[in-house]
Each structure stands twice: as structure tokens, then as C-alpha cells.
Ligand binder design. Structure first.
Ligand SMILES: [Zn+2]
Length: 175
């Protein structure tokens, strides 16, 4: 149940501009929901990518980049570092943005995934309740089952960039 931000009246669901919106029957205030923001860490070691396996729904048993929702008062880069630490035990420093991915396939809501390149500062890999496995994957041998919510596309984009880079490197060696 939701209430009007202006007058406190209970909101009604109505069609507005072809979308169902929560509208205040008293003062006409409209609640416009916004995208969720999640942040992930991209951690590479010797050409392989760190992935974790979910042991909760949605996407139970699928692999993804260590990630989670950004708190309302948190810098997304800091959120990425926090999630990496919670899910893998590694202490990292987010450097630059790898990419951003809009997603509409998460039953918890549509959103935007921000993926940060990370430098590992310290720590040993340990796993928590949200994940049941951690591994490094070469671009040619990624797990078959990847989560949605932007992760599948981010991981495949990373793999295709690695393959291009490795192809150029091999060509460089040949000449
Ligand atoms: Zn109102």
C-alpha cells in the first residue's frame, strides 16, 4: 500500500499516458517509480574473469559478477566494492567504469547495472550466504548459465573484448 507524498491519501492505480501509475485521488499527485541501480565489480586475473554463483532466487544456480543494489546514500563504485567484499572476501578498489546495462528481465524490477573495473588490494576468497561458489573463467569457457539483470551481456561483452585483444596479440606475434 502506498500513500500520497503531498497529502497522505492512499494512492489508486490508474492508467496515465499508457502506463499504470499510482495517483492520489485527492490532490492528483502521481508516483513515478524510478529504475533500480545495481553495481558490480569486474575482476580479472591472467585473462580470466571472477564470477560468483547465486544460491538464491531469481537465477538460482546461475553465475554473475559480484554485485548488488546501490543504497540510496551510496556512491555506486563504493557499493561495488562493498558487494565484492561481501560475496568474495576480496578487498578491491574500483577504477573506471567498464559499462552500463539497462535491464528489464529482473522480477524484482527494471534497472541499470553499472560495472566497474577493479584492482584487488588484498584478501582471500571466502563465500557468504548469497553465493555458493566463486571461480575465474577464461573467455572461451564461461559457465553456460549466467544471470540476467545485465550480467549476461556484460560478461559476454568482456569475453568478446578479450578475444579481440588476444587475436591482435597473436597477430602481433606472427608478424
Ligand atoms: Zn494527495
Amino acid at each position: 500500500m502506498a500513500y500520497c507524498f503531498q497529502c497522505g491519501t492512499e494512492l489508486n492505480e490508474k492508467s496515465l499516458e499508457n502506463n499504470l501509475r499510482l495517483i492520489c485521488p485527492e490532490c492528483g499527485w502521481v508516483y513515478y517509480p524510478q529504475l533500480k541501480v545495481s553495481a558490480a565489480g569486474l575482476i580479472e586475473m591472467e585473462g580470466s574473469l571472477l564470477l560468483v554463483r547465486r544460491n538464491t532466487q531469481p537465477w538460482l544456480g546461475a553465475w554473475y559478477l559480484p554485485a548488488g543494489y546501490v543504497e540510496a546514500d551510496e556512491d555506486p563504485a563504493i557499493a561495488a566494492a562493498r558487494e565484492v567484499r561481501e560475496e568474495t572476501g576480496l578487498i578491491i578498489h574500483p577504477t573506471v567504469l567498464f559499462g552500463s546495462y539497462y535491464f528489464d528481465d529482473d522480477p524484482r524490477g527494471k534497472g541499470l547495472l553499472l560495472v566497474y573495473h577493479c584492482d584487488v588490494l588484498e584478501g582471500n576468497i571466502t563465500i557468504n550466504d548469497e553465493v555458493d561458489a566463486v571461480g575465474f573463467f577464461h573467455p572461451a569457457s564461461l559457465p553456460k548459465q549466467l544471470t540476467g539483470a545485465g550480467h549476461d551481456r556484460a560478461i559476454k561483452e568482456w569475453a568478446s573484448r578479450q578475444e579481440v585483444w588476444q587475436g591482435q596479440w597473436r597477430q602481433g606475434i606472427k608478424h
